[in-house]
Design a protein around this ligand. Structure first.
Ligand SMILES: [Zn+2]
Length: 449
């Protein structure tokens, strides 16, 4: 009986977690102004001169074609976007993924600049000098902005992992960019502790992940995500022909934006215009332009509202998105017997079958488990662990296991289409746990044809 009671309690709490809105401790303030669709592009002039600012040589598949400080700057701005950037990455400092704004606001990384540029050129760069503030934004923003990082006294750090940092007075490029870009899109400082627009923590790393107050701010300025906003879910390649797959593309007049190959320019993305969509506005095919590079792609509809630009999606003209493979994220709660639960998709989650196989391992010794799923990912404290799912949560199936192992068939959601994504997590009954609950990490599954 205890097991069943625990299940009911946990699911009761889950429902509360879904319906209760964040607290009323609203603290965000406004700078004055917003960025229209002509100001969403930004570039980076990489004049960072310390060795620790350009030391990261590990590519991130969610941010193709960039390393070092460029990668850190790009990730910093992308955190404000309406949707996860590709899979959202695996940075433990950003457990809900990169791209957490969930508003109609989306930025566009246009590529490298070759100079600092003017105050309205939408660039980030280093400035020689010394200040108690680490960086600043030049505004008003409405006709463009400029972000400067002070050369001293900081040793600017580009490594995602603080264990790789070096030098005196280390400070995080990525988190600082997230904060400064928050100013660029129209937010001033907040009094809410822990917010990105608040006081820095963890040498700036604590600013990388925007929090509820920051999200409330960007949603106040740009509105919650419109159901009509175009969405890029994935893409496929045939030579240099790219087919974007998603939804809400215009029948005849789409514009595709891409990151420029050659550093310089004025920030205008490389564009392919007057593109007609196929398959009911779910496919968009174009030839990858010679002047574009691995970076990001966005779709703009005719019109000038915030909902007319898609979230950018990572694109590499030489490689299809790696997150066709299921990708795990977050961490599991250690069970009462000391094991760390893991879940893994077996093979390719192909819609040609009615379900996909999920391997569960290292759960509590025995008992009941539930496979949960949702359309978005999250990182919310939950029964001594973390709930890795957001929004409406489905119970996919209930199962019994022994020694923490099970292989399960999980049905695809009704009407699922190729390229569609869903997030999964397993809840366990754990009788030896003080709260009776075990929790796996999350897994992001993109459905294949
Ligand atoms: Zn500030």
């Amino acid at each position: 009986m205890k097991t069943i009671i625990n299940v009911l309690l946990a699911l009761g709490a889950l429902a509360v977690g879904i319906w209760v809105l964040p607290g009323e401790s609203r603290g965000f303030t406004l700078l004055g102004g917003t960025l229209d669709l002509g100001q969403r592009d930004y570039r980076f002039f990489n004049n960072f001169n310390g060795a620790s600012a350009n030391s990261n040589t590990v590519a991130d598949p969610d941010f193709p074609g960039a390393l070092g400080a460029e990668l850190a700057i790009w990730k910093g701005a992308a955190e404000w976007n309406s949707r996860l950037h590709g899979s959202g990455g695996t940075d433990t400092h950003q457990p809900d993924g990169i791209g957490s704004g969930r508003s109609n606001f989306d930025s566009f990384y246009a590529g490298l600049a070759t100079e600092v540029g003017g105050v309205n050129d939408n660039t980030a760069s280093m400035i020689s000098g010394f200040s108690s503030v680490h960086a600043f934004l030049e505004f008003p923003i409405g006709d463009g902005w400029r972000i400067r990082f002070f050369e001293g006294p900081d040793s600017w750090q580009d490594q995602p992992d603080m264990a790789q940092w070096s030098g005196p007075f280390p400070w995080d490029i990525q988190g600082t960019m997230t904060h400064e870009y928050g100013h660029a899109l129209g937010l001033d400082h907040t009094t809410v502790p822990g917010a990105t627009m608040g006081v820095p923590t963890q040498l700036g790393v604590g600013l990388r992940s925007i929090e509820d107050d920051d999200r409330a701010g960007v949603q106040f300025l740009y509105g919650a995500v419109s159901p009509s906003k175009p969405v890029i879910e994935t893409y496929s390649l045939a030579g240099n022909l790219v087919t974007l797959r998603g939804r809400n593309f215009h029948p005849t007049h789409n514009e595709v934006w891409l990151t420029q190959l050659i550093p310089g320019g004025d920030g205008t993305p490389i564009k392919v215009t007057h593109l007609a969509s196929q398959s009911g506005g779910t496919e968009l095919a174009f030839t990858f332009p010679a002047l574009a590079k691995a970076g990001e792609v966005a779709v703009k509809l005719p019109g000038f509202t915030d909902a007319d630009l898609s979230a950018p999606f990572p694109i590499d003209p030489n490689q299809e998105p790696y997150y066709h493979r299921p990708l795990s994220y977050g961490t599991s709660k250690v069970t009462s017997s000391g094991s760390t639960p893991a879940i893994q998709v077996v093979g390719v989650p192909s819609l040609q079958q009615g379900s996909f196989e999920l391997d569960v391992s290292n759960g509590p010794t025995f008992g009941m488990g539930i496979v949960l799923s949702a359309t978005a990912r999250n990182a919310m404290p939950f029964f001594g662990g973390t709930l890795w799912l957001a929004g409406h949560i489905e119970r996919e199936r209930v199962f019994n296991h022994q020694f923490g192992f099970a292989r399960l068939n999980v049905p695809f959601p009704p009407g699922a289409v190729p390229g569609e994504s869903r997030f999964y997590q397993v809840w366990f009954a754990d009788q030896g746990d003080p709260q009776g609950v075990g929790l796996s990490h999350g897994i992001w599954v993109t459905f294949a044809e």
